[in-house]
Design a protein. Structure first.
Length: 296
């Protein structure tokens, strides 16, 4: 049984769920799940957790993400990207390069962002995109997000490309709405490619076609990233052999734990055996005590 993460280079034109389903078929694994949705038109890094590794999907999706995005001047759509219906068209309208660069510089920091109406955010238990498709008003509450870096890559009068490093929950697509409003110019997201999720980068990614070829040759395991490597941004604590059984039974105790906890500021850690087999993810409670959050 496969137990780890496939870094898929998702093609455009399919949903993240479609990508997971295709990966499962190729690997002949029923238990698969992705860590961080990509819009159908977007490409790039989509971590797919396979087998017991599905238990870490939520932790991977919490990591920071990097994107390269292209925006077009002169048109806005109801979805904020090229897949939507035009809302405003103004050929020849554009924002100056220095305006764009300044806006990106000011974007760095933590601030409230209103998600796009066409998003997976739930409103009264219903996905907002379903309400938007029915023509219903979608009042979405702003969410705190962080942009760590926003850099202009190139610009011309047709549009521009940017590099963005951001927190979970940040919608790159919303920039076409927010920056367009700032510039007084209709804008749309023309392209989006995710370059990284946490420690998993596009240099580790594999396409569905290549994964299929590897699977047919019995070599798909070569592209499976072990859980400790996939969670490389999380502290990893080695559990001594005589305490492994206790951890597997949900118990945290022993002098080995005190040695790791001392001075640890992180809220979570991965427990592994001396051979780096994953055992569990632990977390610190408000009281300061650590407990097992999830066995692996």
């Amino acid at each position: 049984m496969i137990n780890g993460v496939i870094v898929l280079d998702k093609p455009g034109g399919i949903t993240s769920f479609d990508a997971v389903r295709a990966t499962g078929r190729i690997l002949r694994e029923k238990k698969c799940g992705h860590a961080g949705t990509l819009d159908p038109a977007a490409t790039g890094v989509l971590p797919i957790c396979v087998g017991p590794a599905t238990k870490i999907a939520g932790y991977l999706s919490e990591d920071e993400k990097e994107y390269e995005a292209g925006f077009s001047f002169g048109i806005s759509t109801d979805t904020g990207d090229a897949e939507g219906k035009p809302v405003e068209t103004r050929p020849g309208a554009w924002a100056q390069e220095r305006e764009v660069a300044a806006a990106l510089e000011e974007l760095v920091g933590t601030f409230p962002q209103i998600p796009p109406s066409y998003s997976a955010v739930k409103v009264g238990g219903v996905r907002s995109y379903k309400l938007a498709r029915r023509g219903e008003s979608v009042p979405l509450a702003p969410r705190r997000v962080t942009v760590f870096e926003a850099r202009l890559l190139c610009w011309n009068e047709a549009g521009f490309r940017v590099f963005i490093s951001c927190s979970k929950g940040f919608y790159v697509r919303a920039l076409s709405r927010d920056l367009g409003s700032r510039f007084g110019v209709p804008m749309t997201l023309a392209s989006l490619r995710r370059l990284r999720v946490g420690g998993l980068g596009v240099d580790q990614a594999v396409t569905l076609d290549v994964l299929q070829e590897l699977a047919e040759a019995g070599r798909a395991q070569e592209r499976v990233i072990p859980i400790p490597d996939a969670l490389c941004r999380m502290p990893s604590w080695v559990v001594p052999p005589d305490s492994v059984a206790a951890v597997r039974n949900g118990r945290l105790a022993g002098s080995w734990l005190a040695g790791h906890v001392a001075g640890e500021r992180s809220g979570t850690a991965l427990l592994v055996t001396d051979k780096r087999h994953p055992l569990a993810i632990v977390g610190r409670e408000p009281s300061g005590l650590w407990k097992i959050l999830r066995g692996i």
